[in-house]
Ligand binder design. Structure first.
Ligand code: SF4
Length: 702
């Protein structure tokens, strides 16, 4: 480890994708450590939100897993590492013998580092399967798909800093940075507004982002509060308005004709798609006045540099790819790509969800988004790895889960908690409990998933190890660890290294994360120019193709990274959520996260500071619905869908639209994911977390 006992280490906050730098100082006693600000950290310059400030609280938590565990007769018993790893390797070999390599699935983790996810995906591929995936499948798989196929790279086109300096319009759709990316919101977006930028927020829920732009003396914030699942019609109204106004005033700059002509294809397709589009009917469907949408269209189109930010309100739909494609259409039509202060920018959820994808922990791509079914790409990686990589893309993580007991018989889960994170949690739990032959979980706490495991491997936390993570704007940064808290825990990388070596003899024996990074950069063109030394304290944005490259804060200045160098415009049409309200379930259920909690709550629920702020789940109910159901603010209610029910406190608020209820996935006993629908976007396979049919019952039986 890189620390001296009395010298704080500079590392990165383990929570969201903003990638704030923090410092960790060790105390005199083993495990004692405290948070310190890192004043000149590149992304946040010392500021942190409540999660970042509380991050060290879970490192020495009493619930830490400290010894390997093996389940026997339904009970865990402590085991030696040798016993536990032998069991893992024996089971994996046996599954491969009986069912072939696709009998196993591997889940990487956005809470772990680039090197660790790189090694896990290499392990899966050496085992003989591309069935490796990570939680991006739950958050931005559709965004990555649309960006990669239409522009070339599955990531933010710009960086937070270049937006702050240049953007004069921020279009924020289906994202709530005030809640989920607090430092990006306060340090970059709010600052841009104070300097004159206009914000157009598109969200069914009024939230902390809405409040944060209510700045005295400025009237540069519009909130289009649409019905859940109507993002395509809303954007089609915007696009049609721009097309119409361009016809009327061809020189007014509604469309960037030169950009469309020289750098895109598909414009005619968009025009055709919208030829008979009825704006009035669409605005009514969205529940937003037509003139408000038209005004927003004008502000965006007339902006000099207009940046789109997109979140899970867009991506977590069965039409997630099309939702994001329509944002790309808007940016391409108006020439808002390939320059600072513009672009289409997904705000990534976890601190390394971008990196986990970049290093190839996905079933269809190798490191650097090289397609696994591209012979040339595969061969170039095979040359370094020295073994053959399967050519067929594997199943995605929800598909792997659905295939349990059918084609999938074993799962290797590193730092993920699918029992809580997957949709239709009751069915997921049943499959894991009853149909899965073998489950190994590598984690820091006994998660809801680890409880069902056959073997549990105790790992170390973010604060105890070295490696790299990649934030939402493609900045690769180093994390530096202090000493281990518990003697018999092991770093994720060491565990994978040993499992790999026991299974395959060679290819997995590394003496630390830097040597893994050196191999990663050999097979990952977009990171080829990086090294630990070059990353230093500032980090580097990818793409960084050759040593000495400074990395690109914005992409596509000259051309897009598509085969023909052109950006792809493609008209899209509205598709309703797969489950809509009916007599039995008359409400629309939508879900989102809280600032003070983090995904499945494995870490945040154990932080005293964060739990004090948000100790339990709740559901937002509109006052008219509350009156109809006889609900008082604070009542306990039962929220039901076709898949299950949870009991939560009602929060009666006008922040949500009538007919819509809103709740969160963070709390084990009452997670929104007991209710959500596990239907998938056809292409990207992301589940539809954002819209399902639900009902509320007020009477709670004792
Ligand atoms: Fe951590 Fe995100 Fe908060 Fe920054 S904004 S301190 S990265 S949780």
């Amino acid at each position: 480890m890189s620390s001296e006992a009395d010298e704080p280490v500079k590392t990165i906050c383990p929570y969201c994708g903003v990638g704030c730098g923090i410092r960790v100082r060790e105390g005199e006693e083993r495990g004692e450590m405290s948070f310190m600000p890192w004043g000149d950290a590149p992304v946040n310059e010392g500021s942190v939100c409540i999660k970042g400030g509380a991050a060290t609280q879970v490192v020495d938590h009493e619930d830490r897993l400290t010894e390997p565990l093996i389940k026997e007769d339904g009970e865990f018993r402590e085991a030696t590492w040798d016993e536990a790893l032998s069991r893992v390797v024996d089971e994996m070999e046996s599954i491969r013998e009986r069912h072939g390599p696709d009998g196993m699935g591997f889940f990487g983790s956005s809470k772990t580092f680039n090197e660790e996810n790189y090694l896990l995906q290499k392990l899966a591929r050496r085992y003989g399967t591309n069935q490796i995936d990570n939680c991006t499948r739950m958050c931005h798989a559709s965004t990555v798909w649309a960006l990669r196929t239409s522009l070339g790279m599955g990531a933010m086109t710009n960086s937070m800093a270049d937006l702050e300096d240049s953007a004069d319009v921020l279009w924020i759709q289906g994202a709530n940075p005030g809640e989920q990316h607090p430092i990006a919101n306060s340090q970059y977006f709010r600052q841009a507004v104070l300097e004159g930028a206009t914000v157009i927020q598109v969200d069914p829920h009024a939230n902390k982002t809405t409040e944060s732009f209510d700045i005295e003396g400025t009237e540069r914030h519009m909130h289009l509060q649409l019905e859940p699942g109507t993002d395509i019609p809303l954007l089609n109204v915007v696009l049609k308005t721009i097309l119409e106004r361009h016809e009327e005033e061809p020189d007014a700059g509604w469309i960037d004709e030169e950009f469309v002509e020289e750098r895109t294809k598909g414009f005619e397709d968009l025009k055709q798609t919208l030829a008979d589009f009825d704006k009035e009917a669409a605005a009514e469907e969205c529940g937003v006045p037509l003139e408000d949408i038209e005004r927003a269209a004008e502000k965006y189109a007339m902006g000099t540099d207009a940046a789109i930010f997109t979140g899970m309100g867009m991506s977590q739909h069965t039409c997630g790819v099309d939702n994001v494609q329509n944002e790309i259409n808007l940016a391409l039509l108006t020439g808002n790509l390939g320059k600072p202060g513009a672009g289409v920018n997904p705000l990534r959820g976890q601190n390394n969800v971008q990196g986990t994808c970049d290093v190839g922990a996905m079933p269809n791509v190798l490191p650097g988004y090289q397609l696994v079914d591209d012979d040339e790409a595969r061969e170039s990686v095979e040359e370094v790895w020295g073994f053959e990589i399967p050519a067929e893309p594997g199943l995605t993580n929800v598909e792997i889960s659905h295939a349990i007991g059918d084609t999938v018989h074993g799962l290797y889960v590193m730092g993920e908690n699918p029992i809580m994170s997957e949709p239709d949690g009751n069915a997921t739990e049943q499959r894991f409990r009853e149909d899965l032959g073998f489950l190994v979980v590598q984690d820091i706490f006994m998660t809801e998933t680890a409880e069902l495991a056959d073997v549990v491997l105790p790992a170390t936390t973010w604060a105890e190890r070295d490696g790299t993570v990649t934030n939402t704007d493609r900045r690769v940064q180093r994390m530096r660890g202090v000493h281990k808290v518990h003697e018999n825990t092991r770093h994720d990388l060491d565990i994978l290294s040993e499992v790999g070596t026991r299974l395959f003899d060679e290819g997995f024996d590394f003496d630390g994360p830097e040597t893994v990074f050196e191999e990663l950069r050999e097979v990952c063109p977009i990171m080829h120019g990086m090294s630990y030394d070059a990353l230093g304290e500032e980090g580097l944005h990818w793409p960084c193709y050759e040593p000495g490259d400074e990395g690109d804060p914005f992409l596509y200045e000259e051309e897009f990274e598509t085969e023909d160098g052109l950006g792809r415009i493609e008209g899209v049409v509205h598709q309703e959520p797969k489950e809509t309200p009916d007599e039995e379930y008359p409400l629309v259920l939508t879900t989102a996260r809280l600032e003070e909690q983090y995904n499945t709550g494995t870490m945040s629920r154990r932080s005293p500071t964060l739990s004090r702020q948000q100790p339990e789940n709740f559901v937002d109910v509109h006052p008219n619905d509350a009156e109809r159901y006889g609900i008082e603010d604070g009542d306990e209610v039962r929220l039901r869908s076709r898949r299950g029910e949870i009991t939560v406190r009602a929060d009666v608020t006008e922040a949500i639209k009538e007919g819509v209820v809103w709740t969160t996935p963070h709390f084990a006993a009452a997670s929104a994911n007991r209710l959500t629908n596990d239907v998938l976007d056809e292409r990207s396979k992301i589940p539809e977390y954002k819209a399902a049919a639900a009902e509320i019952e007020v009477e709670i039986e004792s």
